[in-house]
Design a protein around this ligand. Structure first.
Ligand SMILES: Cc1cc2nc3c(=O)[nH]c(=O)nc-3n(C[C@H](O)[C@H](O)[C@H](O)COP(=O)(O)OP(=O)(O)OC[C@H]3O[C@@H](n4cnc5c(N)ncnc54)[C@H](O)[C@@H]3O)c2cc1C
Length: 468
């Protein structure tokens, strides 16, 4: 362990996740690494001192995957350089702690003719390493999750060895989507696409026609798209009507610097967020009206994927509204596309019955992932994301835990599944049904890391579920 890193290590620090703020734990040490040597030293130090190691990037996962009580937390955000862009082959090598907006900004400043293919579209301060570990997806059409965009990785394993991991290697299929349990990703080589421009097409659509509409857009050459649905439970259109936005390529040179371009200011976003908590009908109307005015606007294929996420927005909102401490918790469910309308109908029934406080929701499409071991996109799925307001009181958490559990059961009823990233409300039966390889995942973990060096609250929870 280098002296500098040891000096910089904080002890006894409480660290939590960013979005829900529900999972803070006390760490014995928190080390911010800045080089591969630091990472190796930290692994050796943890081994000698018998500490479990959790790995954190942007801390946006919400199941406690990046936290380990009384363990050593590796903060990867200092490992954040762009190492090279291969302009010939369209490959980009970055350190894994780099955030998506820094990566895109850096590529654009370099004048590269290449662009990333997809990033998480709900926030930008998410790291590339965290994206590998959750095998994220954006709103790209006709494509599988992020694993498709990864050429190779460099990983520090539980013995402190630096290993190059390529597609086709068994370890690749465990590290991607492996939530930091199979090694510390220190670099990622990404596959890129040629930078190009896209025109946004916006219209209202109805759930009943959505799958066909999305398929038609894909066939017409649209490259990205999603459906943001009505969150107003008092409306007959609740979860039924929505904003269908898609992006088609634009030929020739274009300017994206139009001064008349419609964008929401930070103040308008805050207003919309407040309305989503107090007057959902008005929030949806205003959002829809804004979106419709952006019809025809042209975007670069990378910066189009940016989103506005206001760090700590909920504390400010609680103060403004005078409400009890709360935040949003996300869940993501998957169903075969043909089951989408029936699935949403059941969700509607549940939300009305339980008086769920839905703040935002969207639907995207994903193609099957045949590469990762613990694939969430086991087949082509419609992906439904619900962002629910959750009061931090015991009652508030209990109520939403019950809703999240029931949503998983509804997805199962429709031959679907759920995303492991956002919470850990699934029970053993849900895991067995949706992730039949979970036991194999834990077995491989034992094989490659028998001392359980890489750990997390998330890991401990699921490992213990399988001990019975
Ligand atoms: C508001 C919001 C919007 C989101 N939008 C999307 C979206 O559009 N699409 C989507 O797919 N997901 C989305 N997510 C989920 C998010 O992309 C994942 O949770 C992702 O893992 C977060 O990455 P992070 O850098 O914040 O990592 P963290 O939350 O810090 O860590 C996540 C996991 O990655 C591991 N990890 C982090 N860095 C490394 C590393 N270098 N090596 C090995 N393991 C590592 C951690 O141990 C942990 O298991 C969203 C989350 C939020 C809160």
């Amino acid at each position: 362990m280098t002296i500098a890193i040891l000096r910089a290590a904080a002890t006894g620090r409480v660290v939590g996740d960013v979005h829900s703020g529900l999972h803070s734990v006390v760490h014995r040490k928190v080390i911010k690494v800045g080089s591969v040597e630091d990472v190796v030293s930290a692994v050796e130090y943890a081994g000698v001192n018998g500490l479990g190691v959790a790995i954190a990037g942007g801390r946006h996962a919400m199941g406690g995957q990046q936290l380990v009580h009384q363990g050593l937390l590796l903060d990867m955000t200092g490992l954040n350089r762009v190492l090279y862009i291969d302009e010939e082959r369209g490959l980009l090598k970055v350190e894994a702690g780099i955030m998506w907006d820094d990566l895109i900004g850096s590529m654009n400043r370099s004048g590269s003719s290449w662009s990333i293919i997809q990033k998480p579209t709900g926030a930008d301060r998410i790291s590339v390493g965290g994206s590998v570990s959750a095998n994220i997806h954006g709103r790209v059409l006709g494509r599988g999750p992020f694993v498709n965009d990864i050429e190779s990785l460099e990983v520090v394993d539980a013995r402190g060895c630096l290993r190059k991991v390529c597609r086709g290697d068994e370890l690749f299929s465990y590290v991607v989507g492996g939530y930091g349990l199979f090694g510390i990703v220190v670099t990622v080589t990404l596959r890129l696409q040629r930078k190009h421009y896209l025109r946004r097409r916006v219209r209202t659509a109805s759930l009943a026609d959505l799958v066909d509409a999305m398929q038609a857009l894909l066939e017409e050459g649209h490259e990205y798209g999603d459906f943001q649905f009505n969150i107003d439970s008092h409306s007959p259109q609740f979860l039924i009507e929505g904003i269908l936005a898609s992006y088609e390529p634009v030929d020739g040179a274009v300017s994206v610097q139009d001064p008349g371009r419609k964008v929401l200011s930070e103040a308008q976003w805050k207003e919309l967020l407040a309305l989503a908590h107090t007057d959902k009908g008005e929030a949806f109307r205003r959002y829809l009206n804004h979106y419709l005015t952006t019809e025809g606007q042209v975007y670069a294929c990378d910066t189009m994927q940016y989103s506005t996420y206001l760090d700590g927005y909920h504390r400010e909102l609680d103060e403004k509204l005078g409400t009890a401490r709360g935040t949003e918790v996300i869940t993501e469910l998957y169903v075969p596309p043909e089951r989408l309308p029936l699935f949403m109908d059941d969700c509607r029934g549940l939300f009305l019955e339980e008086d769920a406080d839905l703040i935002y929701g969207t639907i995207r499409m994903i193609r099957a992932d045949h590469t990762t071991y613990l694939a969430w996109a086991k087949e082509d799925f419609a992906c439904v994301i619900f962002n629910l307001h959750t009061e931090h009181s015991a009652e508030g958490q209990f109520k939403n835990a019950s809703i999240f559990r029931q949503l998983i059961k509804i997805a199962r009823k429709h031959h679907g599944s759920f995303y492991l990233t956002y919470h850990r409300y699934a029970d053993r039966e849900d895991l067995d049904a949706c992730y039949p390889r979970f036991a194999g995942f834990l077995k491989k973990k034992q094989e490659l890391d028998s001392e359980e060096l890489f750990q997390s609250q998330w890991y401990r929870y699921y490992r213990d579920l399988y001990r019975d």
